[in-house]
Design a protein around this ligand. Structure first.
Ligand code: G3I
Ligand code: 9MR
Length: 538
């Protein structure tokens, strides 16, 4: 049983590094003194003054910050101020280790086409779902027939597989490996491949990569946009969702994202499997060539449904601007092959025009790969400036516009930008800014939730995630990042209690716009937590 705590104190509920920054945020309009008390026992070990007031333009909330970074003794504590008591505080040398592993293990839980056994899945064991060995070619492709494309990861709370979203997800995870190979090799995930000679991170990513390779039409190099049911399944376990599956249309975005991922994979997997690396490199070049011949084939589901049966109503991931996909694919192909023909496709824009990576916006992934030093640092500094005067003291709070569908992935991608800079500068401010983002996601935020399932004093329990709902286990499958506050509230779920941008979240299964999971949201969290663990001065 966890000690009781006040909702007015928001704090990272997973952990602080011995020598790292440590802050809590108190919802109050008054200054005052705060105390850190040791658990058990309650002895006061540190005293400080609240700092504030802090305020965001888009929220009525006023807060004060309690900074106890100077306190550097491992253990368990609570922070007290006035009549308020914080959730349990954990200080240790490997503060995010368990959370980091769990966030990556979530991909194992998303695997299709194989049973999850108790050895690896514990009480979340389940039979295999979706063999995907018989998948119909949708009439939108032309031709008819069928293919086999088993494996891969479920995209999100639904049971479909989408190439565009797999693109940024794989790019993020493979970039983590390229940036921190030694740390990545050291992390054991307890997955079926754990005893082979590959790093577990690369084993897990290969599970999705092999599916992606099956999504390329070998005859022309084009890549199917998605593999899906015509409409979303009900809330049943995957093995009970047995309706027909289709690969639907080839698209330019899918071909280019596929080319980027397979080109990067050709580099990353080369030391482990020549065969896999070679097939990735060939697949990348073939997809690139298809895109050159088909530069403007967009996936527009409504248009498609006017022409073809069965109608498809699952996730669209429609992206009608592929300039950024060209740049990303060209950068990965150039870095892998050294072939200068790709260079002319890599255009640079001033850092003021850089956009955080997202499923439909992958340009900056190219700039990260090409290590554009000065611009990366300027990009990161943009997130730092002014973040300390926001109510929760991080980059996320600066604009209401950050709170979109999957806003927690916006935060995590801000953290990656700061970590990209930290690798170049070794300036502690960049690492601390990334830790501020981790703190945000793990509890120092306006709702007080630790958004990573299975962790924290105030936990997410009712994810929009079909297995978590249907498996009969009270706790959701662990290691998932909930989507996060989104005042768009497109799900029209009745349980939201606030439409203030950073509060518009509800821990309710009906809330796919704030409480779903998605592979492209977990990936930047994995990057953030692993890179912080790898970098933290202990
Ligand atoms: O980009 C605009 C932004 O400029 C604007 O300020 C804001 C105002 O609401 O809207 C932003 O666009 C939103 C976009 O997400 C942001 O990424 C759209 O309104 C919103 O509808 C769109 O939501 C997407 C959602 O599917 C619905 O299509 C999410 O990005 C996307 O992550 C989500 O993906 C789904 C898959 O379709 C199916 N599987 C689950 C997955 C996760 O929910
Ligand atoms: O479960 C679906 C989720 O994965 C999607 O992100 C979301 C938006 O496309 O749609 C969910 O499915 C809902 C559908 O859109 C409307 N009927 C209810 C479905 C389950 O809540």
């Amino acid at each position: 049983i966890l000690p009781a705590f006040s909702q007015q104190i928001a704090i990272n509920q997973v952990g602080f590094y011995t020598n790292g920054p440590k802050k809590a945020i108190v919802k109050t309009t008054e200054p005052g003194t705060f105390y850190l008390v040791q658990l058990p026992g309650g002895d006061t070990v540190y005293t400080g003054q609240l700092h504030g007031p802090l305020k965001n333009s888009y929220s009525p909330q006023t807060t004060y910050a309690a900074d106890f970074s100077q306190f550097k003794r491992n253990g368990k504590y609570q922070l007290k101020t006035g009549k308020l008591t914080s959730p349990t505080i954990h200080i240790s040398a490997k503060a995010h280790h368990d959370a980091a592993k769990a966030a990556m293990k979530s991909y194992y839980f998303q695997r299709l086409s194989m049973p999850l056994t108790e050895t690896y899945a514990g009480k979340w064991k389940r039979p295999a779902g979706h063999p995907d060995t018989l998948v119909y070619i949708h009439p939108s492709v032309g031709g008819g027939g069928k293919i086999s494309a088993p494996g891969g990861w479920y995209d999100a709370g639904d049971y479909n597989k989408y190439i565009v979203n797999s693109g940024i997800t794989m790019g993020t995870l493979l970039s983590l490996y390229e940036a921190y190979p030694a740390y990545c090799k050291s992390v054991q995930l307890n997955i079926p491949e754990s005893n082979n000679r590959w790093p577990d991170l690369l084993d897990e990513c290969a599970y999705n990569l092999r599916w992606m390779l099956r999504m390329q039409d070998p005859t022309d190099g084009g890549v199917y946009h998605k593999l899906t049911n015509p409409s979303f399944d009900g809330f049943v376990m995957p093995d009970k969702a047995t309706g027909p599956r289709y690969v639907v249309q080839k698209s330019t975005a899918a071909a280019l994202d596929f080319a980027a991922v397979t080109a990067q994979a050709a580099r990353v997997y080369a030391p482990f499997s020549r065969v896999l690396a070679d097939s990735c490199r060939k697949a990348a070049i073939k997809a690139w060539r298809w895109a050159l011949q088909h530069p403007k084939v967009f996936y527009q589901q409504e248009e498609l449904n006017k022409q073809f049966e069965p109608k498809i109503t699952t996730g669209e991931y429609g992206d009608r601007s592929v300039n950024d996909e060209w740049i990303w694919a060209a950068a990965e192909l150039y870095k892998t092959t050294g072939d200068t023909q790709y260079q002319s496709y890599i255009t640079n824009v001033p850092v003021q025009q850089w956009r955080l990576p997202a499923w439909a916006q992958v340009q900056v992934l190219a700039y990260y790969t090409l290590a554009q030093k000065a611009a990366i640092i300027a990009f990161a500094d943009g997130f730092l400036s002014g973040s300390d005067s926001t109510t929760y003291q991080n980059a996320m709070g600066k604009k209401a516009g950050n709170f979109i569908w999957g806003s927690n992935s916006v935060a995590a991608n801000q953290g990656i930008a700061l970590l990209q800079a930290y690798r170049l500068t070794k300036d502690r401010r960049h690492l601390d800014g990334a830790i501020d983002i981790a703190d945000y996601l793990l509890g120092r935020n306006a709702t007080g939730y630790c958004y990573l399932t299975g962790f924290g004093s105030k936990q997410v329990m009712h994810l929009h995630h079909r297995p978590s709902d249907a498996d009969g286990v009270a706790e959701p499958v662990p290691g998932f990042l909930a989507g996060g506050p989104n005042p768009g509230m497109q799900d029209k779920c009745p349980s939201y209690t606030s439409r203030v941008p950073d509060e518009a979240y509800t821990d309710d299964q009906c809330s796919y716009a704030s409480n779903e999971v998605a592979i492209n949201w977990n990936a930047p969290l994995v990057y953030l937590l692993w890179a912080i663990e790898a970098s933290a001065k202990q």
